[in-house]
Design a protein around this ligand. Structure first.
Ligand SMILES: [Zn+2]
Length: 383
């Protein structure tokens, strides 16, 4: 994603922005608010020192994202100063008020997203008609969850509540579509006893996401990345779940069967390549009346599934998180992610094929959610 040669440039830029931000705060506050100025100065120095110290340590995504958020905060005065200089020819009093209000307001909203928003689980019901569904599967219920990124979650009681909500849906089967962790297997350790409680009569089927190969540990050696990947890929068996790696399994009811296919990550990521092999996953499943596919990245849907695999009836994806920030009402739906992913949340249909993109259970780079809440999808198949 980024190379070590970009590091000195990044550090220089980082330092310049922080100094610039400090200078602008110093100017606006003058001597009237010296405690604020002192606080800001020490925050800047500590933050910069912390950033330099942790640069080469294998710290988790959570710490890294908190650092990034902090950096954004510290830069706000600088950005505001530029805006005021250009637009208002610097009215110090107004600039001061807007700056303080802006920082406090934004901080409050972002903190709300981290403490509460990340755990506001929403159950979303979808009923889908599949003409050739065997009668014995009419009303078949699937709980679809995705993207735990478990190391970014810290409110264990709320995660437990999420699991209780999943089980309350009385699904026949549970599908998890990848990204167990951010990058390290040990993120899962404290959560194993909680997630083990996810139950369904036909079991839990899962696949790997782009974060489950160890490749997202940017400052780790190749050997350590591989070691992490191998450890992460043992998580499904610790949970008692069935991991599908370019494979399929049949769900049977009487003489009828539905195939559940699962592929390795098939995305745009240059980190993992494209390990997903749908032809291999499908081979031998032709006898099933209906084919359900688990594929982490919804890019797979438009780039391959709807083009070359028209016999896949329903695809389950995640990965986008709906970017965790946006508007998600029945009348209006918007998120910045829609400029990157055409299929980013909810149900989509192309011809007779369906896709459900789950908004995710956990959180990514920003460890909170605003507007796009964590999701438990319930898909009911009808004849
Ligand atoms: Zn992902």
């Amino acid at each position: 994603m980024f190379s070590l040669s970009a590091l000195p440039v990044g550090i220089l830029l980082f330092g310049m922005i922080e100094i610039g931000a400090f200078k602008s705060v110093e100017k606006v506050f003058q001597n009237r608010f010296s405690p604020v100025l002192q606080l800001y100065r020490w925050l800047s120095v500590l933050h910069f020192a912390g950033f330099m110290l942790t640069l080469f340590l294998p710290i988790g995504l959570l710490v890294r994202s908190v650092q990034t958020a902090f950096f954004v905060f510290l830069s706000i005065p600088y950005l505001l100063k530029i805006v005021f200089a250009l637009v208002y020819k610097t009215n110090t009093k107004t600039a001061l008020r807007v700056m303080v209000l802006g920082i406090v307001g934004l901080a409050a909203v972002l903190v709300y997203g981290i403490v509460e928003g990340a755990y506001r689980y929403q159950v979303r019901h979808v009923v889908v008609k599949i003409k050739h569904l065997p009668a014995s599967f009419d009303g078949f219920r699937i709980v679809h969850i995705s993207d735990f990124h478990i190391g970014s979650l810290w409110r264990h009681d709320r995660v437990k509540e999420g699991v209780r909500l999943m089980n309350a849906q009385k699904a026949d089967v549970v599908f998890f579509t990848g990204d167990f962790v951010n990058g390290r297997a040990d993120e899962m350790t404290p959560f194993l006893p909680i997630l083990k409680n996810i139950k369904a009569p036909l079991g839990v089927f899962c696949i790997l996401g782009n974060h489950d190969y160890g490749s997202h540990n940017f400052f780790m050696s190749v050997a350590n990345k591989a070691r992490q990947g191998a450890a992460i890929q043992k998580i499904p068996s610790l949970l008692g779940w069935t991991l599908l790696r370019n494979q399929h399994q049949f769900l049977r009811r009487g003489a009828d069967s539905v195939a559940v296919l699962g592929v390795e990550n098939w995305g745009d990521s240059r980190l993992n390549g494209r390990k997903g092999n749908l032809a291999r996953a499908r081979a031998g499943s032709q006898g099933a009346a209906v084919k359900l596919l688990l594929s982490h990245d919804p890019l797979h849907w438009e780039q391959q599934i709807t083009r070359d695999f028209k016999d896949i009836d329903f695809t389950f994806s995640g990965h986008t998180h709906g970017m965790q920030i946006g508007i998600d009402g029945p009348a209006c739906r918007w998120s910045p992610i829609q400029y990157i992913y055409a299929h980013w949340a909810g149900l989509y249909q192309t011809g007779t094929q369906y896709l459900n993109v789950n908004r995710g259970f956990g959180v990514g780079l920003y460890p909170g959610r605003l507007g796009i809440w964590p999701e438990i999808s319930v898909i009911e198949l009808k004849k």
